[in-house]
Design a protein around this ligand. Structure first.
Ligand code: NAP
Length: 546
């Protein structure tokens, strides 16, 4: 089995600079895109990757407790039944190190490394209309050109370190969870301050608290969480996976979020309160994101959502023994799952440890970081280490920072000045032959990511194949099609409770100055897959092919 050491070798030795396609990013998306274009279409392809190894999200996010919230038997590629049978997961939810091993295994299994250049950050990409080529510049000053440019940069890869005054004066160490040191951080005997209680902070807190002298969690917005109930996989389950690869793939193609579970048909608002309570209780015991599947109307009817929200808030108050902490943790201001719902291992239980305290930033916001710690408007908290579990400039951040300019000098920054405008989350008008894997306007972060990624990569591969077969050179989303798509994205979001969480990163609200637009497509993976298939079958409606 491959291990991560092999990933540290940069095997891309050739000095060629002209390719059929350039792919930016070597995570789940980039690896599969390389395989499809090179091995299925026979194109020349180069992948440029900023990290020192493959793995994307799982290369960077090495914070304590980092683990996927999708269950392992659906959090992988399903394009190859052989690959599904060759790899064995060890736990119900795969941990960061295991996923990174898996992606390295895939890179070796499909001989991908030779076409990946590591430690290579793209700093500019410009479309040359006369030559119909993308010219891509790297931080080290290298230039590459290609007919097709495909961004596989992930939705959550631009770390957001909030601009809190005084950080430069802090005498201790500080880290963002999405840029965690490879050698790890030893918290033994240290006082740790962690800012942020999203999925990341909720995973990290219990693990940090287990070794730190003291952990102080700085919470701005209280959050829901449901127990993950992680456990080793049994031999019987592993056998089931090997024997049912086709069925597992099929389920992820039939479910709203590309998950391995189906959402029940029943409605919370029509279920007797006693039955509802039993159903929630059973889902709490089973654990995981599947909690969302208890009722059909949970994310579309606020009254239904209130029943789930109320259940979880009561659970929090029953777990956390200190009434003051329990009140702060359960004072949640948004509907359940309107922000990405975390799952956890002993998160709320962690607040019962004597070495863990909680600061309510809504009561007293952070004023500054001092030489010795974190100062709120009410008190100073001396710490040796600050952990920023403060999230990402999501969805648009990673693409925008590549400084992309399209036809007639139009920059992506300008094109998206009022929020991202895409057609199907796959293309942007004015940017011919540029594809954005799991871009804004696609289901992406509302789904089990590998499923969304495989669908996008397959669609892009088929589109390029179609162009080549027809002797065409260029595909570009039409502006009117993109406008119609944005209307569809808004319409779908407005049918759900998502927009009620006005501070969520789905809306860009976590980044000061970022336009507030609901970015992912909330119409579900099944509907989305069908729309994309129909567009392709209709000769790529909404795109100009030339
Ligand atoms: P996040 O959900 O954006 O949470 C960031 C946290 O930091 C929030 O509690 C936020 O508070 C707080 N924060 C941000 N700026 C702050 C400031 N200036 N002062 C005080 N608090 C501040 O980020 P994340 O937890 O890293 O998760 C991002 C996404 O990554 C998740 O939603 C999920 O999609 C993915 N993820 C997945 C997994 C998994 O599968 N296991 C694990 C981790 C992350 P507010 O809520 O008040 O803004």
């Amino acid at each position: 089995m491959a291990n991560e050491t092999t990933a540290q070798v940069n095997p891309s030795k050739d000095h060629k600079s002209e390719f059929d396609a350039l792919v930016v990013g070597a995570g789940f998306a980039g690896l599969y895109q390389l395989h499809c274009l090179r091995d299925r279409l026979g194109l020349s392809v180069k992948v440029l990757e900023a990290g020192g190894g493959v793995g994307g999200t799982w290369y960077w996010n090495r914070y304590p407790g980092a683990r996927c919230d999708s269950e392992s038997h659906v959090y992988w590629y399903t394009f190859s039944p052989e690959l599904m049978r060759e790899w064995e997961w060890s736990e119900r939810y795969p941990g960061q190190a295991e996923i990174l091993r898996y992606l390295n295994f895939v890179a070796d299994r499909f001989d991908l490394r030779k076409d990946i250049q590591l430690d290579t950050r793209v700093v500019a990409a410009t479309y040359d209309a006369a030559a119909n080529r993308w010219r891509v510049r790297t931080e080290a000053g290298q230039t590459f050109t290609a007919k097709f440019l495909i961004t596989a940069v992930g939705c959550l890869s631009t770390a957001n370190v909030p601009n809190i005054p005084g950080l430069e004066d802090f005498a201790g160490e500080w880290y963002h969870t999405g840029q965690w040191p490879h050698e790890g951080v030893d918290f033994t005997g240290k006082r740790v301050g962690m800012i942020g209680t999203g999925s990341t902070g909720i995973q990290a807190a219990p693990v940090i608290a287990a070794s730190a002298e003291h952990l102080t969690v700085f919470q701005r917005t209280a959050n829901y969480s449901v127990p993950a109930r992680n456990a080793p996989l049994t031999a019987e389950f592993l056998r089931y996976v090997k024997d049912n690869t086709g069925e597992i793939r099929a389920i992820t193609h039939e479910t709203l979020n590309g998950m391995g579970f189906r959402i029940e048909e029943r409605l919370a608002v029509e279920t007797h309160p006693d039955d509802r309570e039993s159903l929630y209780e059973a889902a709490w015991e089973r654990g995981g994101l599947q909690f969302r599947a208890v009722f059909q109307d949970m994310l579309t009817d606020k009254k239904a959502n209130d029943t789930a929200a109320d259940f979880i808030k009561r659970k929090i108050r029953s777990i956390v023994t200190d009434p003051e902490k329990a009140a702060i943790l359960s004072d949640i201001d948004h509907p359940y799952a309107a922000k990405r719902p975390p799952i956890d291992t002993d998160y709320f239980e962690t607040y019962n440890r004597p070495n863990v305290s909680l600061v309510d930033l809504r009561q007293a916001p952070i004023e500054r970081i001092s030489r010795v710690g974190i100062r709120t408007t009410e008190a100073e908290y001396p710490v040796d280490v600050i952990v920023f579990a403060t999230g990402f400039d999501a969805m648009t951040g990673p693409t925008l920072r590549m400084n992309i300019s399209g036809r007639d000098g139009l920059t992506l920054k300008d094109a998206w000045g009022a929020g991202p405008v895409t057609y199907l989350g796959l293309q942007v008008a004015g940017f011919p032959n540029l594809f954005t894997i799991t871009g804004p306007g696609s289901p992406s972060v509302l789904t089990n990511m590998p499923v969304a990624i495989e669908q996008h990569v397959d669609w892009i591969t088929d589109c390029i194949k179609y162009l080549n077969q027809k002797g065409l050179d260029r595909v570009e989303a039409r502006a009117d099609a993109a406008d119609r798509w944005v209307a569809e994205v808004n319409e779908m979001a407005n049918k759900t409770v998502f927009p009620l969480a006005t501070h969520s990163w789905y809306l860009g609200a976590n980044i000061p100055g970022k336009p507030r637009v609901f970015m992912p497509y909330a119409g579900g993976m099944v509907r989305y897959r069908q729309i994309c298939a129909e567009v392709a079958a209709g000769g790529y409606e909404g795109f100009t092919l030339s």
